[in-house]
Write a protein that binds this ligand. Structure first.
Ligand SMILES: [Zn+2]
Length: 369
């Protein structure tokens, strides 16, 4: 940046300097004159629309010539002040779900989850899941880096019109009103008096409700009932097992007590907890290990523990398992290490809690982070 130009008072139009009385005073006067000249240069640069650091300054005030009226001109010190606090461009402004009518495309990056992408675009994860039925088939865990997603403009179902679809039938299918489809400004409906939509066109169904088709690892019946490893994967255990001895009081299954991907929601009945290669995964309560190893359905290496009191817990995407089939795992004991095996867009621990066969939100049983 340019150096400060010290000027006292406001700049005056050029006038002849009086003869210097002696050398020293002359130097001072010449310094003052130089300062005034620099100021005039600055002002001239502004007046001529000069570029560089000064382009964001207020509209220049023309300096009058001979005999002009006195004009208030900001002191140059202020000029430098303005230049020093130039506003930066903000290209990453967050969109909201309400300021657009059209879907936008998004390419999945490493570490993304449907939940985090939905949060970024301020829509519900369900809406993002339903808008991408064709690539995800209703399963958020199928998300992969590089995948192209439609991000709908608002909550509801973003749907590609099919041959033979009618407004009424589609509205009913997604529990919405036909009027909501017609009224959405982004939908390509030319004739509102005789609305029709050609096949292949994408349509927003605001407020619509889609389906969940999440593949769910089945609840494993406890003690004494082996499970088929053809159905569930190589990690399935068989044999007679002791009953779990859960306390009903849980600990975090990871040393890192935070969620990195999907939180618990209707399309993802689990917490994706921060973890990674070599980071221990702990039994959340005492229990018997009913599954330990490779699982089908995208869970990768997985451990399943029956706590014997109605609760069971599931730990997926592990890099490796260390629990043994039929083992009684103590609360807090290491049962494997974190990873990103199976359908996973980055290292995390997929942690499910079930109670008598139904899903529970893990936040309801885990201690505060
Ligand atoms: Zn998950």
């Amino acid at each position: 940046m340019g150096e400060q130009v010290p000027v006292s008072g406001q700049p005056q139009p050029e006038r002849p300097a009086p003869a210097p009385p002696d050398g020293r005073a002359g130097r001072i006067l010449w310094a003052v004159a130089a300062g005034l000249a620099a100021t005039a240069l600055l002002l001239a640069q502004r007046a001529s629309g000069g570029r560089g650091s000064f382009q964001n300054l207020p509209t220049p005030i023309p300096v009058s010539g001979d005999g002009g009226a006195q004009i208030d001109v900001p002191a140059p010190a202020e000029v430098h002040g303005y230049a020093a606090i130039q506003r930066q461009a903000a290209p990453n402004t967050t969109r909201t779900g309400t300021d657009r009518y059209q879907a936008v495309a998004y390419t999945v990056e490493y570490g993304d989850s449907l939940f985090s992408i939905a949060q970024t675009f301020r829509i519900q994860p369900e809406s993002l899941l339903w808008a991408n039925e064709e690539v995800l088939g209703g399963r958020p865990d199928l998300l992969e880096p590089g995948m192209h997603l439609n991000v709908p403009p608002t909550d509801g179902v973003y749907y590609r019109w099919r041959e033979g679809d009618t407004l009424e039938a589609v509205a009913e299918k997604f529990s919405a009103e036909a009027a909501a489809i017609i009224d959405w400004p982004g939908n390509p409906i030319a004739d509102l008096t005789n609305p029709s939509i050609p096949p292949g066109v994408w349509v927003m169904i605001p407020g619509g409700i889609g389906e969940f088709q999440q593949w769910v690892f089945p609840d494993i019946a406890s003690a004494g009932q082996g499970v088929s490893n053809e159905l569930l994967g190589a990690g399935a255990c068989s044999g007679d097992f002791p009953a779990g001895n859960g306390s009903g009081i849980f600990v975090w299954p990871s040393p890192i007590h935070s969620v990195v991907g999907n939180d618990y929601w209707d399309g993802h009945r689990a917490l994706d907890i921060a973890s990674g290669e070599g980071i221990g995964v702990y039994a959340a309560d005492n229990g018997v290990v009913l599954f330990s190893g490779w699982a089908t359905g995208g869970y990768g290496y997985m451990v399943y523990i029956d706590h014997g009191n109605g609760y069971s817990t599931l730990y997926a995407h592990l890099s490796q398992v260390s629990a043994q089939c039929g083992q009684l795992a103590a609360k807090g004991q290491v049962i494997g290490t974190g990873g990103s095996t199976g359908n996973s867009s980055g290292p995390h621990l997929h942690f499910e809690v079930r109670f008598q066969g139904g899903f529970l939100n893990p936040w309801q049983v885990l201690p505060p982070p």
